[in-house]
Design a protein around this ligand. Structure first.
Ligand code: HEM
Ligand code: HEM
Length: 401
């Protein structure tokens, strides 16, 4: 009898372990990026358990739905101290940055960590089976999902609103919801595709190139073309060339500006056009247009037949010159603001600062040369005029007293 009791006790001790067997799950495994996403749907509640692990790109996301618009995305990125994972549930309204959905109650569970640069999330969501814009079909064996990887940039934040840069790759897959249903619990880590299937090939996305093109077009116009333009007009006095070159500079600036407007709609931080970078950008562009208009009036003044005297700077000339200098400075400052706004890496910001400095010094030298030449020309003209006047007075008959 005692023997039987001992057996019973041993069985009772083992039973909970047997019941604690891995919870049922469906798993997406992407071998190229070593990314695992598993879900479990407990049949005694409306929770959803999630296991999600991936190497740390700036961000990694999985979304319930067949396309970005209206899908519920679970976006994860490293926390501010790079030791934990921030999970941000977001809903997108279209092909633009998804917005944080505060009504989604998702909780990180023990085991969530960053391990050897791999983000590991164990989580439970209490109301993820329906959301504004969609729902999970728990009876489906082919529930549509999407995934995406952020660009290889640094992002560390505790905020669920953290600004994201557009993905560098994305894809579609389906999951078997029936297989994932049963006893509840966080799915076990796995490196095997199970109950999930990729739909189509993963797609590379070069969307961030528009931002880079925006920056390069304007920076090239400001940092490279404008100094050449100053030399053309200041040192070589080639006014016609200056006019055509200025038109070219404006074309670069306007093209970059157009790209700036179009990318603004993609991000939560820029879609209201109210960031300092965008506001200063608008002011700078208006200043550049005003310079062009002033230049147009000046070119009419230049057509007036001139004497040999050095042309005295008109009020229009002074306004044009100082507006151009001011706009140039604003544009340089705004480039720095843009890099900060786009969370560009520190080395890019340092390179920008160094290039700006390296180009500003020769500009100062050119300005000094122009100023010296203007003074010398004026002194020479004054001297010549004195000589001519003196000769004139000498040639005049002396008055008889
Ligand atoms: C800053 C954040 C994001 C931006 C600016 C963005 C922007 C875009 C754009 C412009 C497209 C169209 C690209 C093309 O035509 O090839 C697109 C497509 C796509 N994106 Fe995003 N996206 C962002 C975040 C996400 C996230 C978090 C996910 C996944 C969870 C995702 C998944 C997809 C997928 C699957 C597509 C393919 C088309 C579709 O299904 O709608 N995106 N995205
Ligand atoms: C003088 C004018 C401007 C300059 C020099 C400039 C320069 C820059 C630079 C250097 C970046 C960083 C790009 C990167 O790191 O990849 C940037 C980003 C950006 N610019 Fe401008 N920009 C100017 C005007 C504007 C204007 C007028 C707008 C729109 C109204 C605009 C919209 C944006 C947006 C939305 C981003 C950030 C995109 C992101 O977060 O990924 N910019 N700009």
């Amino acid at each position: 009898m005692n023997y039987f009791l001992v057996h019973l006790l041993v069985l009772a001790a083992i039973l909970p372990w047997v019941q604690c067997d891995a919870p049922p799950a469906s798993t997406l495994y992407l071998s190229e990026t070593n990314t695992t996403f598993s879900i479990n749907l407990p049949d005694n509640s409306s929770d959803v358990y999630i296991y999600f692990s991936s190497p740390a790109f700036s961000w990694v996301a999985v979304g319930a739905g067949d396309k970005m618009a209206n899908s519920l995305s679970f976006i994860m990125y490293p926390s501010a101290n790079n030791k934990n994972v921030t999970i941000s549930p977001r809903i997108a309204s279209g092909h633009s940055e998804p917005t944080f959905a505060p009504e989604i109650q998702i909780e990180s569970l023990p085991g969530t960590t960053i391990n050897n640069d791999t983000l590991v999330l164990n989580a439970v969501c209490h109301n993820c089976r329906t959301w504004r814009g969609g729902s999970l079909d728990v009876s489906s064996t082919t529930q549509p999902w999407i995934y995406a990887f952020g660009p290889d940039l640094e992002l560390q934040s505790n905020s669920q609103h953290a600004p994201l840069r557009r993905h560098h790759a994305y894809g579609h897959f389906t999951m078997n919801m029936v297989q994932a249903s049963g006893a509840g619990g966080v799915p076990e880590p796995s490196t095997v595709m199970n109950g999930a299937q990729l739909v189509g090939a993963e797609k590379e996305d070069n969307g961030n190139q528009a931002t880079v093109a925006h920056a390069i077009l304007i920076a090239f116009a400001i940092l490279v073309m404008t100094p050449i333009n100053v030399v053309l007009v200041g040192l070589f006095k080639t006014f016609n060339l200056h006019i055509w070159f200025s038109v070219l500079v404006m074309m670069f600036i306007i093209a970059g500006f157009g790209l700036g407007i179009s990318i603004s709609g993609e991000y939560n931080r820029s879609k209201h056009f109210s960031s300092p970078h965008q506001v200063l950008g608008f002011i700078t562009i208006i200043a550049f247009l005003a310079i062009g208009v002033l230049g147009g009036f000046q070119s009419r003044q230049l057509r007036v037949p001139s004497t040999n005297a050095p042309r005295q700077a008109t009020k229009l000339d002074t306004a044009h010159t100082w507006l151009a200098r001011g706009a140039w400075l604003l544009a340089v400052i705004n480039g720095g603001l843009g890099l900060q706004f786009a969370s560009s890496p520190m080395h890019t910001r340092i390179i920008y600062a160094l290039v700006t400095l390296a180009l500003t010094l020769p500009m100062v030298i050119v300005y000094l040369l122009v100023w010296r030449r203007q003074r010398v020309t004026k002194e020479k003209f004054d001297e010549d005029r004195d000589v001519v006047l003196e000769a004139y007075y000498l040639s005049q008959p002396k008055p008889i007293h």
